[in-house]
Design a protein around this ligand. Structure first.
Ligand SMILES: C[S@@+](CC[C@H](N)C(=O)[O-])C[C@H]1O[C@@H](n2cnc3c(N)ncnc32)[C@H](O)[C@@H]1O
Length: 202
């Protein structure tokens, strides 16, 4: 499996939080937290953490967040936010994970990974028994959300819930549920719905 390029995210990192898209995505963490129970002793993995949209909202509620991202520049912006219990981890998700986690969360990173089944199996392998996933991404779209898909490393034009649920179940997750968490208004005038998929290991 080849390591994906970080060029797009390294270049975009400094202004990431000011993008209109990021400002709309700020609605996601409180909605996710309302649906996903987390304990004060939990260690959470944020896959594709970027500048910390989810990590910074979750950190005050749990013991530890590992913010995994392959872009050093994105993690540098997160690190400057000064959260003592967020540990940045700069690597490809498929390089092997150093810990075990109680939950894996992610926002808008799934569509950058070609092999979604392998990604879900990596999450399952990294979780304690009873561990949870809470994953946010696009419902199927026609490629117009990012526009320059190749330059941004887009591997999927969103996900059909039935197909993603089947992959999650094959990876060992159960009680899979989908809900629309946000409808993003794009500068192209269109609206793109985002799902939250939750589930947990037996
Ligand atoms: C669209 S950004 C989302 C960042 C953040 N979660 C947010 O919603 O603002 C996707 C992030 O996933 C990271 N990423 C993509 N593929 C990855 C991989 N295979 N391993 C680790 N990080 C990856 C990218 O570097 C990028 O920072």
């Amino acid at each position: 499996m080849t390591t994906p390029s970080t060029t797009h995210f390294d270049t975009a990192a400094r202004d990431w939080d000011q993008r209109p898209m990021s400002q709309q995505l700020a609605a996601v963490p409180p909605r996710l937290l309302a649906q996903v129970p987390l304990a004060a002793s939990d260690h959470v993995l944020d896959f594709g953490a970027g500048t910390g949209l989810l990590s910074t909202a979750i950190a005050p509620r749990v013991a530890q967040v590992t913010a995994l991202d392959m872009s050093a520049a994105m993690l540098q912006v997160l690190d400057e936010k000064g959260f003592a219990n967020i540990a940045p981890l700069q690597q490809d998700i498929f390089a092997g994970l150093p810990g075990r986690y109680h939950a894996v969360v992610s926002c808008m990173a799934l569509h950058h990974v070609a092999d979604t089944g392998a990604l879900l199996r990596a999450f399952a392998a990294a979780l304690h028994p009873g561990g949870r996933i809470a994953l946010v991404d696009l419902y199927p779209e026609d490629g117009s959300f990012h526009g320059d898909n190749a330059a941004k490393g887009v591997q999927h034009f969103g996900f059909a819930p039935e197909a993603l649920q089947a992959l999650a179940e094959q990876a060992g997750f159960g009680h899979i549920q989908f809900s629309e968490i946000l409808r993003m208004q794009h500068r192209n005038g269109r609206a793109y719905p985002l799902f939250l998929m939750t589930g947990y290991l037996p």
